[in-house]
Design a protein around this ligand. Sequence first.
Ligand code: UN1
Length: 511
Amino acid sequence: MEQGAGTAPAATPAKGPSPPVEQLRQLAGGRWRAGGGRELLSVNPARPKEVVATGRLAQARDLDDAVAAAREAFPGWAATPHHGQAGVLAHAAALLDRRAEWYGEELAREEGKTRAEGVGEARRAAEVFRYCAGEASRPSGEVFASPRPGEQIQVLHRPVGVVAAVTPFNFPIAIPAWKIAPALGFGNTVVWKPSGLVPLLAQRLAETLVEAGLPRGVLGLLHGDGELGERLAGHPGVDAVTFTGPTAVGRALIASCGALARPVQTELGGKNAAAVLADADLGLAAAEVVAGAFRSAGQKCTATSRLIVADAVADELIARVADRAAALRVGDPLEPSTEVGPVVSLQARDELQRTVDAAAARPGAEVLTGGRPYGGPLASGAYLPPTVVELTGDEPLWHDDPLWREELFGPILVVRRARDDREALRLVNDSAFGLAAAVFTDDLRNVAAAMDTLDVGVLHINSETAGADPHVPFGGAGRSGYGPREQGSAAREFFTATRTVYVRASAGGAR
Ligand code: UN1
């Protein structure tokens, strides 16, 4: 199980012998331990009989020990000079870069995105750690003038304490990185509960941080289900909670944290639209829409899941998108030629298939490509074909269609035609979510209208809806999120609390 820095397991051909099953452990009480709960199995969604890693879930004692260790470690870590904390993050970034191929391959086996995307994600995690390491060299507070003579007012940004991080399956290492790196970089300690679907990659990140020199207790890792996440978030020893995942779970967390007056940051779902306007470059738009909808098998909260096309270009654009989607190579994520892997589990595949079947049976929904389960060799994996469904007919017919309203988290793109550019932009806002949108146009008036009127946290002009960078805020409104944004300078808002300090020199013996 122990692997030295940079020693990746030998690359495994997709059809070769299975690599060894990895052993999962908790990091609690400052030590690696087995955990004594139920059995935890992590399987490869491309071949669900292949076990990637196995171990046991955390028990109540593991949770208490991890939180207690994080509490105990907090004062020492918070008092560590900023550049010392940053040194650990920079070391972790270097290790992640060096291991990107290794971790990327394991990520592809455990989560199902293509190997190239997996490697890219590991590098992205490295980039996030590097960015957060740089925080030590940025301004760490503000100085204000005082209305009183001889006084200065300083605003310090202090760590909040023990942060609980609860993370989803779809970016097993990048999303944890952009929660854990700023939390640590601002002087907090962390107890982390990753999705039970991707425990191995979580363990890899925790191992990397320990190896990078993180002092004992500063990070805890607990494997468990949603209930453990709830118990961690409500634990009396926790000071703040950061969560990415489904809207329903996030809302329950928001309510329970609200009752405790505990700060909470949530990144939730999306129902992101791409609007292709009449003047758009259709080749570019089709390529970006297909990338946004089907990369990672559509399992991103930023995925393009609604396509809205101005009537003037609709026939051509929709045909191009459907053709491109149909031509995507679906298969084993470890095969270099694969463009789309499986979804995360057979259960997710079956639920998505039921949603598509139900939609296809309704009047006014036309499946343009995909939509049917695979036979042949792909039938035993969690594969779904890239699916494009057009909703036709008048608004009352499709207005409440779940394909249009609900986040599906799979390779399914729903299409609507709009009378004109104006209506296309209006339809982008026809959603209770507000995470990302893309608008394809070169008309400055349309760009200005989109920037002014679209209710989203992230807006792309002429690029796909997905994507985030470590140095700029990320997040959405409505059903897409609550609490401060993530990443960039926005992270400081959540991971620190201000302390306003009035500094006045004494009068120097003038009593
Ligand atoms: C991206 O679009 O690259 O869960 C990142 C998610 C988002 C992150 C998206 N929180 O998909």
